[in-house]
Write a protein that binds this ligand. Sequence first.
Ligand SMILES: C[S@@+](CC[C@H](N)C(=O)[O-])C[C@H]1O[C@@H](n2cnc3c(N)ncnc32)[C@H](O)[C@@H]1O
Length: 259
Amino acid sequence: MSTKSPIYSKLAPLYDTLMGDVDYESWADFIDEIIQTHHDEAVSVLELACGTGSLTLSLAELECYELTGTDQSPEMIEVAKDKATEFEVDAEFFPMDFLKFTTSKTYDVIFSVFDSVNYLKIYDDIITMLNNAHEALNEHGILIFDFSTPQNSIESVDYLNENEGDTGDFRYHRVSRYDHNERIHYNEFEIEELDTTTGKVTNTYFEQHTQRAYSLHEMLSIVEQTPYHLEAKYDGFTLNDATEKSTRVTLVLRCQKTQ
Ligand SMILES: C[S@@+](CC[C@H](N)C(=O)[O-])C[C@H]1O[C@@H](n2cnc3c(N)ncnc32)[C@H](O)[C@@H]1O
């Protein structure tokens, strides 16, 4: 029988295998390009929902920023910390839910990538996350975050469905489906822990991930309810303007503390 586990608890040791095809170095170059375009004096950078820290660690290689990575999952943060130690990277990591900010510092740039904001399924939660980030930004600082759209779920669901992976210690099987009416993308993972000597399954866990797909106009209407100035909306991994046909949109929002 499988045990239902919090998201990204049992998946943490498998996450980098799951994301094996993702080019985090190019993604870090894209985030760096956005920072240099919109805030070229930025030094302090905070990542929200950093997962196992791959993007923060890739950004650290550029040696331009003071980096901090946070995620709601303590297990993902432990993997990130281990990688920082292994690669001798100077970046700080700690667990933090982006709905409950507790940073004593403020930052020039805050960013979140790879559909993490899509885990927020109601508008009020996105507004809370945006307002929390606003509090933690320096005057004229920028928030960069991406989200995936219904078109992305429609295009990716068959590729994601019935996908499997193995690290030797763990293996997973993913079932993915998208509900067009609810706009919810379900990813269900069965995770088996293996005895490394015999290869036998010692434990089985289950994580259900639900994310809401947002259209561009919907997300912009949410942003309008916050104190930010919309600086840019980018299509995919380009600096081209996003449209309603974009599958991934990256927004750049400027903090405005005073009018
Ligand atoms: C698809 S992963 C992306 C991780 C990382 N950004 C990357 O590029 O690999 C989504 C991440 O969002 C995190 N997450 C979900 N809800 C969160 C919340 N309320 N606060 C902070 N992190 C959250 C999860 O723990 C997970 O690590």
